[in-house]
Ligand binder design. Sequence first.
Ligand code: NAD
Length: 359
Amino acid sequence: MSVSVKDNPSFELMEQFGHQTLVFCNDNAVGLKAIIAIHDTTLGPAIGGVRMLPYQRMEEAMDDVLRLSRGMTYKAAVAGINAGGGNAVIIGDHRTQKSEVLLRRFGQFVEQLNGRFIASLDIGTTPKDMECLQMETNHVAGLPKSLGGSGDSSPFTAQGVYYGIKAALKELYGNDGLAGRTIAVQGAGNVGEQLIALLREENAKVYVSDIVEERMAEVANKYRAVAVANNNIYELDVDVYSPCALGGTVNKETIAKMRCRIIAGSANNQLRDEREDSQLLMEKKILYAPDYLINAGGLISCYSELAGYSASRTAALTENIYEATRSVLRKSLSENVAPYQAANQIAETRIADMRKIKQ
Ligand code: NAD
């Protein structure tokens, strides 16, 4: 009788998601429990964030690491960079359980992968933490600027989203000017604030919401944007709804209320159900700029660090998001497929092509 992957839930998930490698890292002495997932390295080493969260169930950590690493493969492929997809999760509360020894021990596990995985920033980790990892491995990106790294990636993420918005406007209206356009930004965090700054510089009318009221008021005042209650943001009659807070905000319930013409923002996994929600958006003629395509600025910033960080090179690579978004939206319209499917097809074709010359 042969062994079936069904005997092992991890193998079953790896088969389902198409992963190459899954590494469980454990060290009782320092209290480290982490998972590194390498999805695909056809295009290059797998770059991925290190997320530190107090997952309550193992399934949640596995689900996060597998989905995020696969997402990185697609993000890198469609952004045209030579990187594969990976991700890591450290199970624990970054506010109370993060320590130098824990991070350095994790760095040793990264080192054992010999450069197949390059660790970078995600929720719960900072450029300073990457400095700790670097004491044990060179396979790290997102280091502080003072160490020649790219530092905080959010300015480039915001820049990429700005290009994504402009590309979608161009597709829909024939011109990408922002003056007088109305844009509702959900989430006035690192990316949201910098995006609002870019939009206001070109005289777009901006609405902003955030669950932290003081933050919303501060950003609204600073950039002369209009603060709106979070629950009301979906109903605004605007050109663009830009989700820059958290995933899953585009779903059956919110789409029913939406009056925007375009959705383009930085949050990962914006569609709660890719197939169903895309279909609803197409029926409502709302143009969706795929999240992983237009929020690739952060990944591009880490990637450019590997060849010796240069802000101008990173900016140039980020600017490509404009043309990449236009190609995806044109393909979506001409082939009558959802934009996320068009983006997936472009990514999969690039990976399949490169596989031919990499074997
Ligand atoms: P952040 O934590 O700095 O900002 C998020 C903001 O959203 C905070 O101000 C928070 O109060 C607000 N928020 C949380 N829940 C909300 C809700 N339900 N409604 C309204 N506001 C809410 O994060 P960030 O770095 O600005 O990233 C924003 C989003 O973009 C995240 O989903 C992140 O995963 C994604 N992203 C960020 C980067 C990057 O480079 N920072 C790269 C790719 C994707």
